[in-house]
Ligand binder design. Structure first.
Ligand SMILES: Nc1ncnc2c1ncn2[C@@H]1O[C@H](COP(=O)(O)OP(=O)(O)OP(=O)(O)O)[C@@H](O)[C@H]1O
Ligand SMILES: O=C(O)[C@@H](O)C(=O)CO
Length: 421
């Protein structure tokens, strides 16, 4: 196995696994540290999905090191730390502290940090992160409930999180290609920096960075910066990659969308699905909290729906509604009530013949996948940038599309099904 990856959330892990798989690595995703009995001998890359983005930094370090150890044990030669393309973090971490710990673990003194993902509108220019052309601190991420991003200068953002010195490699070096990028890394190292923020505006930039960085013991970033790694491994001949498994069959069965994300992309996708006539049930957190509506209510509703097309169960709501609910129930409590209900519904789905699931939202996906006891996934075709179909490797046989809140085109919930055989 060539690359061992540690992702700080579930849908982010799937995003990275898709990138590696699309570029030619046979990739398996595990939910949490892989079970020692799981056969990973065929994999070129393993992506371990953690839920460590917003937990205390020390816990994130411990979980990430446990994942790194497990990955080296199953043969990983290089490590990749995946975080969000909007650099979701606070001054306490966890990007800085985890990077520091993984650098020390690999015995290395240099790595890069690059969240750029141009296909999803995330670019880095002169060290500043832009989201669809808007500086990060002016984008909707400025109001994120857990990780409000109020500074788009990533050198400053990361420097506040780490005692390592943070440098910058700007697009002039990146444009000049892999040799210039390697020289820039040497220059930054000589200047005493151990982590460099790296500019990238295009996929060509990311591919050049991949070629320059492929030998680093640790790379950190969004899924974009992994784009060039498979080609670099092939070019170096260092690893004979496994032949690609082209087939992706989904188990036969009913189709359902569970949406617990309230991000703007999901809100639009829910609207469109309802407009186009997908039978839909809205879960109101206040009704769930009072017991007026339970998972049983939703299961009874499901039983009455036609079996020949997808159905939607959602708690998706506008920012004002979410704020109102959070004020009344508490932010964490509101989230947990919704997640617990969607998880209970998910647990009953295989029995009811549902084998094809789209789940919207990282936290929601975590809760649903746990309820279904899915602990590893193979990666299928891309539905939209950052979101593949996947298939469970053990337990109930399911096709799953785990969608980050802000990913996917407006018709995502309609078109995804047509890709399943
Ligand atoms: N109507 C609602 N009111 C309050 N909280 C809600 C509501 N609906 C869902 N939630 C909670 O909001 C959180 C949404 O987080 P989740 O990670 O699933 O989505 P996201 O943040 O859009 O996705 P991502 O993390 O992939 O960007 C969950 O904890 C969910 O339970
Ligand atoms: O990088 C991204 O934007 C996503 O993979 C993600 O991590 C969303 O939570």
């Amino acid at each position: 196995m060539k690359l061992g990856c540690i992702a700080d959330d579930l849908t982010g892990a799937t995003d990275l696994a898709l990138m590696l798989s699309r570029e030619g690595l046979r990739t398996v995703q595990t939910i949490g540290v892989p079970d020692p009995d799981l056969n990973l001998s065929d994999a070129d890359a393993v992506v371990v999905a953690l839920k460590s983005r917003t937990i205390p930094a020390q816990e994130a370090i411990e979980q990430s090191l446990a994942a790194a150890e497990a990955l080296l044990k199953v043969g990983a030669r290089n490590l990749f730390f995946k975080y969000c393309s909007t650099f979701d973090s606070t001054d306490e971490g966890n990007i800085g502290p985890v990077t520091e710990a993984l650098l020390a673990f690999t015995g290395s003194d240099f790595t890069l940090a690059c969240p750029a993902f141009p296909a999803n509108g995330r670019t880095v220019y002169k060290g500043h992160l832009f989201v669809n052309g808007v500086p990060l601190h002016e984008s909707s991420m400025k109001d994120h409930p857990l990780t409000p991003m109020q500074d788009s200068n990533l050198v400053r953002v990361l420097q506040r999180q780490t005692k390592l010195s943070v440098g910058l490699v700007t697009f002039e070096d990146i444009e000049a290609g892999p040799d210039a990028i390697r020289s820039a890394f040497e220059r930054e190292k000589a200047a005493g920096h151990q982590i460099v923020i790296v500019d990238a505006l295009t996929d060509d930039h990311l591919r050049a960075i991949g070629l320059a960085a492929a030998d680093l013991p640790l790379i950190t970033g969004g899924s974009g910066v992994a784009m060039g790694l498979p080609a670099a491994y092939r070019a170096s001949g260092a690893s004979a990659l496994s032949p690609r498994d082209e087939g992706f069959d989904a188990p036969a069965g009913r189709e359902i969308i569970l949406a617990g994300s309230c991000s703007s992309a999901t809100r639009r996708q829910v609207e469109i699905a309802i407009e186009r006539g997908i039978p839909a049930l809205r879960l109101d957190p206040m009704d769930l909290a009072s017991g007026k509506v339970t998972s049983q209510t939703a299961l009874a509703w499901l039983a009455a729906q036609p079996a020949n097309g997808p159905v939607l169960i959602y708690s998706t709501a506008s920012p004002d509604d979410v704020q109102d609910v959070q004020r009344r129930l508490g932010r964490m409590n509101a989230g947990e009530i919704v997640e617990a209900t969607l998880a209970e519904i998910a647990q009953a789905l295989p029995e009811l013949g549902f084998t094809r699931l789209i789940v919207a939202g990282g936290e929601t996906s975590g809760a649903v996948v746990k309820a279904l006891s899915v602990d590893a996934l193979t990666i299928g075709p891309e539905i939209d940038p950052g979101v593949p179909w996947t298939r469970s490797l053990a337990g109930a046989d399911l096709a799953l599309a785990l969608k980050s809140g802000n990913f996917g085109a407006p018709d995502f919930f309609l078109k995804a099904w047509s890709m399943l055989r």
